[in-house]
Design a binder for this molecule. Structure first.
Ligand code: XMP
Length: 513
């Protein structure tokens, strides 16, 4: 049976490229799914994807244990696009040759399209820049294939068997460094595979709504709200699917940023009119955190207490059988050498108390973060939720070095609001990934008016990043830094210094704990 939505399978050979390819395909409005390279031809035939894209891989095709693909795949009549390692594998499997030249090509290369009639390059410049990252390359193309493009170092930079709809490029069309890359993918998806760009926000929502309804029937669903993007979009989607058979539980641990708790309640209770249980657990958390300074211990207490409070409320609500969770696609797949596109098993270990169990509803589990934001916007969630910066589950507790007290929380919340307001007004294009204030546990002398002070500093942290794995400290203008410093010292009692963190990640982390 074919997939319900026309789907492109991205076969993962263990490079970091598979997720990027899958995202690019979706940018072309075609649904994609990452599958492990061990998948059999029978399984592919059964699931009948509309096309296959073979990803790059870190391995040489000659390396011991190099990942292979069931060669029967090429005979299924499904269009295939092999990229980099995927091209070399295709060449070898179909009777071509990949000599060991040991002449690598890394970085930009000038591509010359030698066969303008190749559907991959139709209407695109015959000379273009592409991104290469390989050592060996194809020497002779398999029977039935023609060379369609070359670079000065790589005579076979692309090859095609138009008849069998098998195409391959040695370069990476999925990376931004290949400017025409997205067009090449589109040519493959639309012209070679005959797909239409139907994976749009409206379809994504309709499909998700349909699946939720099919799963839960007439039952009621519970959703834990944190104010973050994932749980908010999950709740909004469920609301679209089942209306007020959705109940949201918002556990307010008192460690959110200024006005955040009120905003969450306002959006879901007043705008969406979802039955919302707002649990005021601030006092309870402060009691548990009193005297605790170890960061891991703080995280543990807050995490454990969250589920305790949540299930206290959940079990009070009668007749709810389902629990919604904002699991995303990258949480579901685990990509990488040796564990290509394995399904993660640990992502949904909710600590159900003894005797309590809910079936999980995960309407975002096939979506990437940018798609989740787009779905949220389409469903009418406000900008401040859809574009919310990453924020730790334990909230401001991780940004207070030392003990979490009401006073420390109030101080940090006020300073953080100033940082967010000032940088937010300046960074209208959202180029800074994340910015916030940190309250360290030290004091130093200062002078205000005629008086000597012995106050606390605030550390301002702002970083540029693409994925939080690495980050660079943001080069904020001096007058912006000066304005923040002045405002924090004037408006936040007890603060007599402001420092700006100029550490990148690595060696630093984004958060201070
Ligand atoms: P670090 O400090 O490790 O943070 O460089 C990387 C990114 O993760 C965010 N972060 C969290 N996000 N729950 C989350 O959802 C957490 O407990 C948590 N701790 C850190 C952090 O803000 C940064 O974006």
């Amino acid at each position: 049976m074919a997939e319900a939505v026309p789907t492109v399978f991205v076969v993962d050979f263990g490079a970091q490229y598979a997720q990027l390819i899958a995202r690019r395909v979706r940018e072309c409005h075609v649904f994609s799914e990452i599958v492990p390279c061990g998948i059999s031809a029978d399984e592919i035939a059964r699931r009948a994807p509309a096309a296959l894209i073979l990803s790059g891989g870190p391995a040489s095709v000659y390396a011991e244990g190099a990942p292979k693909l069931d060669p029967a795949v090429y005979g299924l009549g499904i269009p295939v696009l092999g990229l980099c390692y995927g091209m070399q594998l295709m060449a070898i499997d179909l009777g071509g040759g990949v000599p060991r030249t040991d002449v690598g090509e890394y970085g930009f290369a000038q591509l010359t399209v030698t066969d303008a009639s190749c559907p991959l390059f139709e209407g695109l410049p015959l000379e273009q820049q592409v991104w290469m990252s390989h050592r060996d390359s194809v020497g002779t193309v398999p029977p039935g294939f023609a060379v369609t493009a070359s670079t000065p170092t790589t005579p076979v930079a692309a090859m095609s068997d138009v008849e069998r709809r098998l195409h391959a490029t040695q370069f990476h069309p999925e990376v931004a460094h290949t400017p025409a890359g997205l067009d090449i993918l589109k040519r493959f998806l639309y012209d070679v595979a005959g797909l239409s760009p139907t994976w749009t926000m409206v379809n994504i929502i309709d499909e998700a709504v349909g699946r939720i309804r099919a799963q839960v029937g007439e039952a009621s669903v519970l959703c834990g709200l944190s104010g973050g993007v994932d749980s908010s979009v999950t709740a909004a989607l469920l609301h679209r699917a089942i209306g007020d058979r959705l109940t949201c539980v918002f556990v307010d641990h008192g460690m959110l940023r200024l006005d955040e708790a009120e905003e969450v309640v306002h959006v879901f209770r007043d705008q969406f009119r979802v039955p919302l249980v707002h649990v005021q657990a601030q006092e309870r958390y402060l009691g548990l955190l009193a005297g605790v300074t170890d960061p891991e211990r703080k995280r543990h207490i807050i995490g454990e207490e969250f589920w305790k409070v949540f299930f206290e409320e959940a079990t009070r609500l009668q007749g709810v059988a389902f629990l919604a969770q904002g699991t995303l696609y990258p949480d579901v797949i685990e990509s990488g050498p040796g564990k290509a596109a394995k399904i993660k098993s640990h992502h949904n270990l909710i600590p159900f108390p003894a005797g309590v169990h809910f079936e999980l509803v995960e309407p975002l589990r096939s979506l990437f973060k940018d798609e989740v934001r787009a779905v949220g916007a389409e469903l009418g969630l406000p900008e401040h939720i859809v574009h919310r910066q990453p924020f730790p589950g334990p909230g401001l507790a991780v940004r207070i070095i030392g003990e979490v007290t009401q006073e420390n929380l109030d101080t940090l919340r006020r300073a953080d609001a100033i940082v967010r307001e000032e940088i937010g007004e300046w960074d209208t294009e959202r180029e800074v990934w994340q910015y916030f204030a940190v309250l360290p546990d030290i004091r130093s002398v200062g002078v205000m008016g005629d008086e000597r002070t012995y106050g606390r500093p605030i550390i301002v942290r702002a970083v540029a990043s693409a994925d939080a794995m690495t980050a660079d400290w943001a080069r904020l203008p001096h007058d912006l830094l000066a304005r923040m410093s002045n405002r924090i010292i004037n408006e936040v009692e007890g603060i007599n210094r402001v420092a700006y963190d100029i550490t990148s990640k690595p060696p630093g982390t984004i958060e201070w704990e």
